[in-house]
Design a protein around this ligand. Sequence first.
Ligand SMILES: O=C(O)CCC(=O)C(=O)O
Length: 265
Amino acid sequence: MLTTADLTETGRPTEEILRRFQEQGFVHLRSVLSADEVAGFRAAAEELLAGEGPEIWGASEEETQVHYVEAAWRKHPALRELALHPVVTRVAERLAGGTLRLYGTDVLKKDPHIHLPTVVHDDEPGLPLAGLTRTLTAWVPLVDVPADRGCLIYVPGSHRRSLEHRQVHLAGFQDYRPMEEVWPEFPFRPRVAVPMRAGDVVFHDFRTVHMAGVNTDGERRLAFASVYMDSDATYRPGVQDHPVAHLTPGAPVDGDRFPLIAAAP
Ligand SMILES: O=C(O)CCC(=O)C(=O)O
């Protein structure tokens, strides 16, 4: 078992890590994956990108923030392994404080210079799900992501802002409102950039406000993100709901496509 200062010998987050996640809404764990693991996952992500012709996060190719391949865990066995990695999933469940299912996974690529910053957002309104209280994302860099390579930037404590300062659901993209309109205090809140080494993992709560900068570093930024949702979440029609649109509104989102993540004893 790989151990880091942030995890106990059984691969659980320390009390300090739990406290930090609860207070700040994100936590950066160092050296969770070995160099060999990262090399295998990176090769799989590159293979998928080359084979799939990635989709665009942004209004057009010229306004791309990130190129992504969705449902990556169902398209490559190595990425399935990463999405259900025993250490990552065990930490996710401990941070969440309850059982989780895998909702979705993306390979995320931000090219140097040409791609725009990733828009300021939290994940809640973009999830076509109801009944969420503990959903979180594990963002796993597959290359080093120093500060100038489009690293993630978080607003600590933003997951705790009141309901009136959150956009809880997007029935359609026409309802989208910029963060400073939803939460007028946002521009005055401190932000924390999280540069990371390949092998680290950052976890963020689904309500934590975050963004990513432009990649000015010259090297491609490549990452993998898994969204782990409340195990009893239900379908709520909304944006990007094609993975669940076959369900009746209110139906549980479960089954083989949304597996419970293993909580090893
Ligand atoms: O990779 C990025 O730039 C953004 C990723 C993100 O917002 C997320 O995984 O929630």
